[in-house]
Design a protein around this ligand. Structure first.
Ligand code: PLP
Length: 456
């Protein structure tokens, strides 16, 4: 098939891109100077750019391409669905087969009585839905003042007004006067950066108890829900100490606060179970999903809701929804993606085979002189770079400057790893093979060596 990329040289594509395309989370001026790297194709875990370079994508795009790139089965399903029914909405008492089948499948896969799905186009939209849904839930129960959602510093819940407000990213709050009212943030369970002299277990407990303090300070009758990622992703892959989640669950139960698990990254196998909530042993009332739901082959997200919340919401007309809620093509793609995850035992491989293989190799990076900590759960991992391993000390100067150097060495060495401050993070496609894991680790080690040499 002829496409624009078959015709234009890289420099021209870069110039057009800089002239007309405003990139998300980018400094547009810097990007225009440097020129974007243009990705043209991908299969498995490998991207190809417009210069023909092959790059190992250790981030699965944006933590989403769980079944890997280039799946013909998904392309076929999408083409079939577009021919049969490319669009119809699910408003006003209509439905269609793909959305019905996907909802039943998600109810089967989700733990406990999480049996009902409200669809969105993305993770951010799913969290917007959650914010509105929990308020309607409490209003229906005669408690309209229960509106506050408690979240955490350095959480990521999306980029819409509600998503960015629920998130705890200061640079996002600084642009545009966020958070919106009725969102409250408590400290995160990041022992590496904030644990000081406590043990991880003591620290996990302390940070969970911040939730109880916040509920008591704000008033039990004002707090609607607590939202959190089972493992913080965009915050730098922060795996909470083992004491954290059981205490959070105890507090939510005690005060009857709804627990929203944002599974946008952790869902669909990333942590070695279908959902991160299972890995962390929690029982949320609502789970936000997106990304791995379709492995990024189509934009689709949603909220999986427990029986009780669904029943209460069903008592009124919920005046909320998106044109693309339950889009038939996206739903068909998601269903096919779930079939692949199941039939190829991909979640089980993350738990028992390639996952442990990656974990062993990743943790061994802690022996590198630049690495103070290497942590990983399932197939999401981080290494913390530090000039002083014993003290977990940060670098002098700008936080993130060394991480950026390392990311650039990765990029030049055909490996995509992301940096969050001075943490390097990975979240590869869940289908990565052992040979590809070896390549990932070799390239990461080389990037660390080059970084060390550069900052000496
Ligand atoms: N929630 C979490 C935990 C995420 O990591 C993200 C995106 O990275 C979102 C929500 C927002 O999802 P989207 O970018 O699809 O709006």
């Amino acid at each position: 098939m002829e496409t624009i990329t078959n015709h234009l040289p890289t420099a021209e594509l870069q110039a057009l891109d800089a002239a007309h395309h405003l990139h998300p989370f980018s400094h547009q001026g810097e990007l225009a100077e440097k020129g974007a790297r243009i990705i043209t194709r991908a299969t498995g875990v490998t991207l190809t750019d417009s210069e023909g370079c092959e790059i190992l994508d250790a981030m699965a795009g944006l933590w989403c391409v769980n079944v890997g790139y280039g799946r013909d089965e998904i392309a076929d399903v999408a083409a079939r669905q577009i021919r049969e029914l490319p669009y119809y909405n699910t408003f006003f008492q209509t439905s269609h087969v793909p959305v019905i089948a996907l909802s039943a499948k998600l109810a089967e896969l989700a733990p406990g009585d999480l049996n009902h799905v409200f669809y969105a186009g993305s993770g951010s939209e799913a969290n917007d839905t959650n914010m509105r849904m929990v308020r309607v839930y409490w209003a229906q129960k005669g408690k309209p003042d229960k509106k506050i959602i408690i979240s955490r510093n350095n959480a990521y819940h999306g980029s819409t007004m509600a998503g960015a407000s629920l998130g705890g990213m200061t640079p996002m709050h600084e642009q545009g006067g966020l958070p919106i009212p009725d969102v409250h943030h408590i400290p995160q369970p990041n022992w590496y950066a904030e644990g000081g002299d406590t043990t991880p277990e003591e620290f996990g407990l302390q940070r969970a108890q911040e939730l109880e303090k916040a509920i008591l300070a704000l008033g039990e009758d004002k707090v609607a829900a607590f939202i959190a990622e089972p493992v913080q992703g965009a915050g730098g892959v922060i795996i909470p100490p083992s004491t954290y989640w059981p205490e959070i669950q105890r507090i939510c139960d005690k005060y009857e606060i709804l627990l929203i698990a944002d599974e946008v990254i952790c869902g669909f196998g990333r942590t070695g179970n279908w959902f991160g909530s299972e890995t962390m042993g929690i029982k949320p009332h609502i789970m936000s999903i997106a990304k791995g739901l379709s492995s990024g082959y189509a934009p689709i997200g949603g909220s999986i809701v427990c029986d009780e919340v669904a029943e209460v919401i069903a008592g009124c007309e919920f005046n909320h929804g998106y044109t693309y809620s339950g889009h038939p093509v996206a739903a068909a793609i998601a269903l096919e993606n779930l079939r692949i995850l199941e039939e190829e035992n991909i979640v089980d491989r993350v738990r028992n085979d390639t996952g442990p293989y990656l974990q062993k190799k990743w943790k061994a990076l802690a022996d590198h002189p630049l690495v103070a900590d290497a942590c990983i759960v399932g197939m999401m991992g981080a290494i913390a770079l530090s000039p002083n391993k014993a003290e977990r000390a940060p670098f002098d100067g700008d936080s993130g400057a060394v991480g950026l150097i390392c990311r650039e060495h990765c990029f030049a060495n055909n490996l995509i790893m992301r940096h969050v401050g001075d943490r390097m993070i990975i979240s590869p496609p869940l289908v990565i093979t052992k040979d590809e894991i070896d390549t990932l680790i070799e390239r990461a080690t080389r990037a660390l060596d080059l970084t060390l040499e550069q900052i000496k």
